[in-house]
Design a protein around this ligand. Structure first.
Ligand code: GDP
Ligand code: IMO
Ligand code: MG
Length: 422
């Protein structure tokens, strides 16, 4: 029987999931997002053009693939309308190939305002949210208070909306936030809801389960394992389960249907927003990584914090998701550094540990590093493993030994073509 394979980020997001999902799509008939929402920004590059997807799965540019937005995703009608229009203009067949779960929750204008109000109220301890309304929408879902895609077809949709809005406005007022023009936000919201009515809204759990036997399905994750609501660097996390366990809830499939778990990681680490980051480099080396790697958010444009690869966190992520297929991204960015470091342990109160501590926020972690000699060769032109420089291969061998698994794909640039199968 066919299985549902999974693409996941193993760090703090932006590992290159979009590029790999697009690269793998020709092997699959269905690409399905299972969590997150427009906080994600997945970049794809082919034919000299870059496309950024936020909620639409990364298979959309392959005219044969079906793209599903699963029940675990939160959808902002306003943002997805703009995204659909953008992607259609680039030639994708969205009306034919995009299917929404009727059970996916909707991000309301007041969810976005609540996100802003809550971050504003937190002051210096803010999460650094993307302000897309993700946290408040999942909060209403868990609080049994949300609206779902299927609800936009209901006669009393507006009535339901008004009841939730009233509650939200009370909370926003309590938080002392008043910098908004709700009438304008609501006008575009209801226009976008109308626009979405012509798309396919179905019970995707039935669809996915009926397809699993005869089709190959790829589940595309958003964010990264260290942003997982349960296992990430809480509270500096997103509001969904980003690990492979989230696929079952987010698509409505049973665990025995999960097949390969592709774990995507960068050759170094980045993080955008606040929160602990043990290997962060707040120096010239970090600045150089940011510059060479163009480390600025695909969704918000914010500079990403940069640091060395963290094997303690990476092993944790591999364990949590049962990763059996490793993919390393942005290898080309490390060219030109004299010395490359990899964190192999955390020293906490003078004692070395191989585990991610319960509360990364309130312990002082001193990373234990192993150093490697760098290389100067340009990797972006390499198309096979034997073209890669020896110092880079030594780095890879060390990682494979530590992670107890081969690295099956090495990415050496943003383009589809810059991908080496090992
Ligand atoms: P995602 O959120 O995991 O899909 O990743 P993003 O798209 O947010 O960020 C990854 C960034 O790195 C994008 O700008 C990609 O175009 C770019 N990228 C992906 N793979 C590579 C690579 O191997 N080398 C370089 N230099 N850039 C890459
Ligand atoms: P992709 O799919 C990187 C981060 C935010 C913030 C925290 C919570 O492109 O990898 P949220 O808006 O979810 O409430 O923000 O999570 N974050 C991401 N960081 N990549 C992402 O998605 C992210 N989505 C959320 O910066 O620190
Ligand atoms: Mg991204």
């Amino acid at each position: 029987m066919n299985k549902v394979d999974v693409v996941l980020g193993l760090q703090w997001g932006d590992e290159g999931k979009g590029k790999i999902a697009d690269f793998l799509t020709p092997n699959y008939q269905v690409i399905a997002r299972f969590q997150g929402g427009p906080n994600a920004g997945h970049s794809l590059k082919f034919n000299g053009q870059t496309h950024v997807l936020n909620t639409i799965p990364s298979g959309i540019f392959h005219s044969e693939s079906i793209n599903i937005i699963g029940n675990g995703v939160v959808v902002d009608p306003v943002r997805i309308k703009a995204e659909i229009e953008r992607v259609e203009a680039a030639g994708a067949k969205v009306k034919e190939n995009l299917i929404f779960s009727r059970k996916a929750h909707i991000i309301l204008p007041t969810h976005r305002l609540l996100d802003a109000a809550s971050e504003h109220a937190k002051g210096d301890s803010k999460i650094g949210s993307t302000l897309r309304g993700i946290g408040p929408t999942y909060r209403d879902k868990i609080g049994r208070n949300g609206l779902r895609i299927g609800d936009i077809h209901l006669q009393n949709f507006k009535e339901k909306y008004e009841a939730i809005k009233k509650e939200h406005l009370g909370l926003i007022g309590f938080l002392g936030y008043n910098d908004f023009d709700l009438a304008t936000l609501e006008a575009e919201f209801f226009e976008a809801c109308e626009y979405l009515k012509v798309f396919k809204h179905v019970d995707t759990e039935y669809l996915v389960n009926s397809m699993v036997a005869s089709n190959k399905i790829l589940a595309e994750g958003a964010q990264g394992s260290m942003l997982d609501i349960d296992f990430g660097s809480y509270p500096f996390v997103t509001s969904s389960n980003t690990i492979s366990g989230g696929v079952c809830n987010g698509l409505g499939i049973a665990p025995q249907h999960i097949g390969n778990v592709y774990g995507i990681f960068k050759a170094y680490c980045t993080r955008v927003g606040s929160g602990p980051f043990p290997t962060e480099l707040e120096d010239a080396t970090g600045e150089e990584l940011r510059k060479k790697g163009h480390e600025f958010g695909a969704t918000t444009g914010r500079p990403r914090r940069c640091g060395w690869l963290d094997l303690v966190a990476l092993k944790y992520a591999i364990m949590l998701s049962g990763v059996n297929y490793l993919i390393m991204m942005k290898s080309d960015v490390l060219s030109g550094f004299e010395e490359i470091k990899v964190c192999t342990g955390y020293k906490i109160d003078g004692v070395e540990s191989k585990q991610v501590p319960y509360d990364l926020c309130n312990v002082k972690v001193e990373p234990v590093y192993t150093s490697f000699k760098g290389w100067s060769e340009d990797l972006t032109i390499c198309r096979s493993k034997d073209a890669l420089p020896q110092n880079f291969l030594d780095y890879i061998s060390f990682l494979e030994k530590e992670l107890e698994m081969p690295i099956r794909i090495i990415s050496v640039g943003p383009d589809r073509e810059q991908t080496i199968n090992c």
